[in-house]
Design a protein around this ligand. Structure first.
Ligand code: GLN
Length: 253
């Protein structure tokens, strides 16, 4: 029986807006295909053996929690980077996305990042909060979610995860969202991301299975009619709208 091991990093500090739902989604979609799923939660003081992991989830957190987690990230920085460079699968959401970069400059201080991605984030007083829809070159189906961040992320030469169809994304101005690097998806989309976008979940699962068991692993399709209907509903809600940053900010502050 095939098996994937999923490491949930620091659920005691980084777990906003149902990030844990991403873990449930990984687990169920593996089990429905007869593949065993083991989930290992690593609390902030635990040591982490990346050798045994096939998927890593780094969730979101408030600025305060990100500051607290920073000291633990220092200890795993080298091993986490080696795992990513060795094509390890990572889903990093919001605060987790920011922490993969060089730094996050908050209102009060600069939080050191993992320096896995050559990106940086700077805080601005207006939070970027709303539903968001992306066009991702990886998928025919749009990616839908919810964003809520004070940080603006500047991704330099990195490939974005998607183009903003509706919503705000990395900076509210660039028109792009997240980063795709090797087998890492780093994104502002909470919601949680994967139950709303089973195509994204299966993409990451296939990458993890390919890395572990070799090329050519294809997951059999699941009856995702309801999920696609929900996704489609969100997209259709916004298809006639244009986003205007100023209006958005006024409405949400
Ligand atoms: N604290 C970060 C910000 O506000 C990340 C928030 C989050 O993970 N939702 O930008």
């Amino acid at each position: 029986m095939k098996k994937l091991t999923i490491g949930h990093l620091y659920p005691d500090l980084l777990n906003l807006y149902g990030d844990r739902g991403n873990i449930q989604c990984f687990r169920k979609r593996l089990e429905w295909r007869g593949i065993e799923a083991e989930v290992i939660p690593f609390l902030s003081d635990d040591s982490i053996d990346f050798e045994v992991l096939d998927i890593v989830l780094l969730g979101g957190g408030s600025d305060r929690e990100q500051e607290l987690v920073c000291q633990y990230l220092k200890k795993i920085k080298h091993d986490f980077k080696s795992y990513v460079e060795d094509d390890g699968v990572v889903l990093a959401v919001c605060g987790g996305y920011q922490l993969l970069g060089n730094y996050y400059k908050t209102e009060k201080k600069t939080i050191e990042g993992l320096e896995i991605l050559d990106i940086y984030t700077e805080w601005e007083p207006e939070r970027l909060i709303r539903n968001i829809v992306l066009n991702c070159p990886l998928f025919e189906t749009p990616v839908v979610g919810f964003e809520n961040h004070g940080g603006r992320t500047y991704i330099g030469d990195h490939t974005p995860f998607g183009k903003v169809f509706f919503g705000l994304g990395n900076t509210g101005k660039s028109g792009y969202e997240g980063v795709l690097y090797k087998n890492v998806i780093a994104t502002y989309l909470h919601g949680p991301l994967l139950p709303k976008n089973p195509h994204v979940c299966d993409y990451l699962l296939e990458k993890a299975l390919e890395r572990k068991y070799g090329e050519g692993v294809r997951l059999e399709p699941l009856p995702d009619k309801l999920e696609h209907k929900a996704n489609n509903y969100i997209v259709s809600r916004y298809s006639d709208k244009k986003y205007v940053l100023k209006e958005t900010i006024k409405r949400y502050t």
